[in-house]
Ligand binder design. Structure first.
Ligand code: PMP
Length: 452
């Protein structure tokens, strides 16, 4: 069976009718990558209400790492709903929550006692990590980075870097959040081409110290929060040496190092966590997205002493750690813990690296391509000399792709990054099929070969 099967023009008549109802009933705030409405999804594909089947390289913004409707996740959800759907962990606790916590404590890097707190969304986990950090350290300052994305609730939005559309018009933001420059090699001032990593690391770390020591004082800083591969900001892997320096500095000054692994977790980089690539043992990990195979669940996993710094009743929520989501997470974790899962993710990552390298050689609108494992992206520019961000090219490629059966998603502070959040269960053939359609979209914009 072909993975892609288009039966109508895109969008088809049923999607168009639904979009009219949507426009009348729902505010414009929530944007859509595609103009089609979902009907069902399985593995790497999604079918819309007009019967068109797409390869899904967006995966609900990097959530269904297991593929859509993984059979064991679906079975676990059904089994749990037959028992009970909700009691509230704050009213009558239940085993699936405890078991998810036990397993995440085991999986998170670091040979020290750990505890896990569960909530519903990525942003909510970010909020709670900040609460734990402040309560434990009895300090206020939170350091985050340029190009960061941490969510849309007030603290998470404050920590998010990009103004439009995430923050514009929503001020005032929360106090005691400070921002340091991100070692973004490709766009570090004065750098040619991809950028010289040692120089960028040295300069960015000096700038980080300037922020901490010049603006806050290290003894006032509760935590440094960083995405090891910056996600919404454009799939920018933080250089290893920068992370090591950060880790060392935090330890020296009693500052907690918090990794936001909401997008990088659960095999997205072909390891359980990006922290595993870096050999880091963060004080807290913030997790969501892939955790529950498509169900809403998020977690703060970290040092037991840190999470115990909050008094009884100081953390919680009506729906936090919902039992159906926990049951789904246990099935998803079984899938991730099967060694074949990440071995396959590595193979997919290698195919992507090879393909994106070839594209870079051929198409001058690709200024940079980067990532960690299969978490990869291309950054589009008008020309390699000026590196002027080419947001229109991303829009045109995304449109070409979904009109021809592949759903992708953009990223980047300047909107000029095309990222791939492929299902980690896709076959190499499906991956190549999808990438070839994206490549057609690039080629249409860029008939002249790259002069490299
Ligand atoms: N942090 C990171 C790194 C993310 O990628 C996201 C979501 N894209 C969030 C936080 C916010 O998660 P949510 O949308 O579930 O609130």
């Amino acid at each position: 069976m072909a993975s892609i099967n288009l039966k109508t023009e895109i969008p088809g008549p049923k999607s168009r009718a639904l979009m009219e109802r949507r426009s009348a009933a729902v505010p414009q705030g929530p944007f859509h990558i595609t103009p089609v409405f979902a009907a069902k999804a399985q593995g790497p594909t999604v079918e819309d209400v007009d019967g068109n089947r797409f390869l899904d390289f967006a995966n609900g913004i990097g959530v269904t790492n297991t593929g859509h409707n993984h059979p064991e996740v679906v079975a676990a959800v059904k089994e749990q709903t037959d028992q009970y759907i909700h009691t509230s962990f704050n009213v009558m606790p239940y085993e699936p929550y405890v078991e998810v916590a036990e397993r995440l404590n085991q999986l998170a890097p670091g040979d020290f006692p750990k505890k896990t707190f569960l909530v519903n969304s990525g942003a909510e986990a970010v909020e709670n990590a900040v609460k734990f950090a402040r309560a434990f350290t009895k300090r206020q300052g939170i350091i985050c980075f340029d190009h960061a994305y941490h969510g849309r609730t007030y603290m998470a939005m404050t920590m998010t870097a990009k103004t439009k559309p995430y923050k514009h018009g929503f001020a005032p933001f929360n106090p005691e959040v400070y921002r340091a420059p991100l070692p973004y090699n490709y766009r570090w001032p004065g750098q040619q081409g991809k950028g010289d990593e040692p120089t960028v690391v040295a300069e960015a770390f000096r700038a980080f110290i300037d922020v901490v020591e010049g603006q806050v004082g290290p003894d006032q800083v509760a935590a440094v929060v960083i995405e090891p591969v910056v996600g919404e900001g454009g799939f920018i892997p933080v250089p290893l040496q920068f992370m090591k320096k950060l880790d060392h500095y935090c330890k020296e000054h009693g500052i907690l190092l918090i990794l936001d692994e909401i997008q990088t977790g659960f095999g997205r980089t072909a390891k359980m966590f990006a922290a595993n690539h870096y050999g880091l043992e963060p004080d807290m990990l913030i997790l969501a997205k892939g955790l529950a195979g498509g169900m809403p669940l998020s977690a703060v996993v970290g040092r037991a002493d840190v999470l115990e710094g909050t008094p009884v009743g100081g953390a919680g929520g009506t729906y936090s750690g919902n039992p159906v989501a926990c049951a789904a997470a246990l099935a998803a974790l079984d899938h991730y813990e099967n060694p074949e899962t990440f071995a396959h993710a590595r193979v997919l990552g290698d195919v992507m690296i090879k393909t994106l390298n070839e594209w870079f050689e051929q198409y001058p609108i690709i200024g940079d391509h980067r990532g960690l494992g299969p978490m990869r992206a291309i950054e589009l520019v008008t020309d390699r000399e000026s590196k002027t961000p080419n947001k229109d090219a991303v829009g045109a490629i995304l449109k070409h792709s979904y009109e021809n059966g592949v759903i992708c998603i953009g990223a980047g502070t300047y909107g000029n990054v095309l990222r791939f959040l492929i299902p980690l269960t896709a076959t190499v053939k499906e991956l190549e099929e999808g990438l070839s359609i994206v490549e057609e979209g690039i080629r249409r914009l860029c008939p002249v070969p790259a002069d490299v």
